[in-house]
Structures are given as structure tokens and as C-alpha cells.
Design a protein around this ligand. Structure first.
Ligand code: GCO
Length: 255
């Protein structure tokens, strides 16, 4: 097996929503595999802090402030990135938020905010990045789905709908763009310890539920997503398209 199969040396990866949490861990892993990394967030201070952490890790890094829900911003920033930083070879659509509540009590603005950030943003950013990938006849897109792409949990309605949509958007992208030697796949994380899930992990009842519901009987650690992200960003996955790989300790295969 060629060692180069899994290297990302010479490639550039844009990871949306990567100033913290799973996005930061995935971006760090892609960087450690050799990619030049473009971090993204809406908040300049958070972005600057994330970039300096990467500089300490000796990873080639740029920070790009872009609101992934705003197509005008995307349409301005993506061409600037391609011109001033270089081609985006790997796009990771990671940006996401979670707003919990009983479905019947969810107001339209909350619903729209979750759908816009977790689903529509992936469409908008991909639409502007894929133009150049099509021109280069090469590219990788990785959509960060969730076990909620397959499963529901009370109070996570908008998030579940968005992540279910992202699973099918991954397939919609694959059937249209695979012909340009672009591979579009998804990663479905289970319950990982991040800023977003900290309130859940700190709740003993919820913590015990996750451990009981997960065959591995534990939460995931963000670094445990890196191997799958590197695989889907590398030559090793050149004939894989439209697949969602669940990194969930077995949760989606158990009742
Ligand atoms: C929840 C959590 C989950 C996790 C993750 C699981 O409220 O149940 O927020 O949605 O964030 O998405 O994959």
C-alpha cells in the first residue's frame, strides 16, 4: 500500500465553523496529516485565537471570517480565498448549532436559524467552492452529519431535520458532482465531548443515558473523528461517494 494514500501534503482544506469543538479537532487533524488549513468562524477574536493555536502546532494555517449563512459574504470570500490563499482542495462543512426545545414550542425563527446554519450553509458554501473544483476536475467535500441524521431524540427536532437533510444533500451532491472526480461524503459523529454537548455531559442522568445507549459505553473524544476525516480527504477514498460514516461507538446500530 502506498504511504501517500493517506497523506494530505500539498492540499488545502477549508473547515467551516472550526474555531472550537469538532471543527477545530478535524482541522487540526487535517493539518497534522499535511494539509494547509483554512479556519473559519464569524467571530474575529475566536478566529484569531484558533489561528494562533495552530501556529503553535506548526501547521500552515489561515483564518477566514465568513458567515456561512450569508450567500453575499460567501460569494465575496470564497473567490478571495482561492485568489489570495490558493485552491480549496478539501471542503469540510462543519458549521452547526444546536437549539433544543419541545417541537410544538419551537418558533419559526429558531427553526430557521438551525436549518440555515446546519443545512443551508453547507449547500451555499459548497455551491461556491465546487465551481472551482469542477474547473479543476478534482475535489473532496465532507459534510459533518450526526447520529441525528438517522435517529431522533426528543427536544432536538430542528437539528435532527437539518442533519437528516444534510445526509441526503450529501447524496444529491454526489450524484451530480462525482463525474468531476469530486468525492462528497459525510461523517456522522455520535455523542462527543464538546462545548456544544457540555451541558448534557454535565448532567449525570444524561451522561448515564449516553453511556448506556452507546455500545462502546462512553462519549467520543473529538480527536477520534480525525482518522475518518483524513481518510475522506485523501486519495484513499477516491472511489467512495455519497457515504455517511458513523463515528458513534456503535450507537446507530443498536436499539
Ligand atoms: C443532543 C445533542 C446531539 C449531539 C450530536 C449527536 O441534544 O442530543 O446535541 O444532537 O450534539 O449531534 O450526534
Amino acid at each position: 500500500m502506498k504511504q501517500s494514500l493517506f497523506t494530505l501534503t500539498g492540499l488545502r482544506a477549508l473547515v467551516t465553523g472550526s474555531t472550537q469543538g469538532l471543527g477545530f479537532a478535524i482541522a487540526q487533524g487535517l493539518g497534522e496529516a499535511g494539509a494547509a488549513v483554512i479556519l473559519n468562524g464569524r467571530n474575529q477574536d475566536k478566529l484569531d485565537r484558533a489561528v494562533s493555536r495552530f501556529r503553535d502546532l506548526d501547521i500552515t494555517v489561515h483564518g477566514v471570517r465568513m458567515d456561512v449563512r450569508d450567500e453575499e459574504d460567501i460569494a465575496k470570500v470564497i473567490p478571495e480565498v482561492e485568489k489570495n490563499i490558493g485552491p480549496i482542495n478539501i471542503l469540510v462543512n462543519n458549521a452547526g448549532i444546536q437549539k433544543r426545545g419541545n417541537l410544538e414550542a419551537i418558533d419559526k425563527d429558531t427553526w430557521q436559524d438551525v436549518i440555515d446554519t446546519n443545512l443551508t450553509a453547507a449547500f451555499l458554501v459548497s455551491k461556491h467552492v465546487v465551481k472551482q473544483m469542477i474547473g479543476r476536475n478534482r475535489g473532496k467535500i465532507i459534510n459533518i452529519c450526526s447520529v441525528m441524521s438517522e435517529l431522533g431524540r426528543p427536544t432536538t427536532g430542528p437539528y435532527t431535520a437539518a442533519k437528516g437533510g444534510l445526509k441526503m444533500l450529501t447524496r444529491a451532491m454526489a450524484v451530480e458532482w462525482a463525474r468531476y472526480d469530486i468525492q462528497i461524503n459525510g461523517i456522522g459523529p455520535g455523542y462527543f465531548l464538546t462545548e456544544m454537548t457540555k451541558p448534557l455531559a454535565d448532567d449525570e442522568t444524561f451522561d448515564n443515558w449516553v453511556k448506556g445507549r452507546t455500545p462502546a459505553q462512553r462519549w467520543g473524544i473529538p480527536e477520534e473523528l480525525v482518522g475518518t476525516a483524513v481518510y475522506l480527504g485523501s486519495e484513499a477514498s477516491n472511489f467512495v461517494n455519497g457515504q455517511i460514516i458513523y463515528v458513534d461507538g456503535g450507537m446507530t446500530i443498536s436499539v
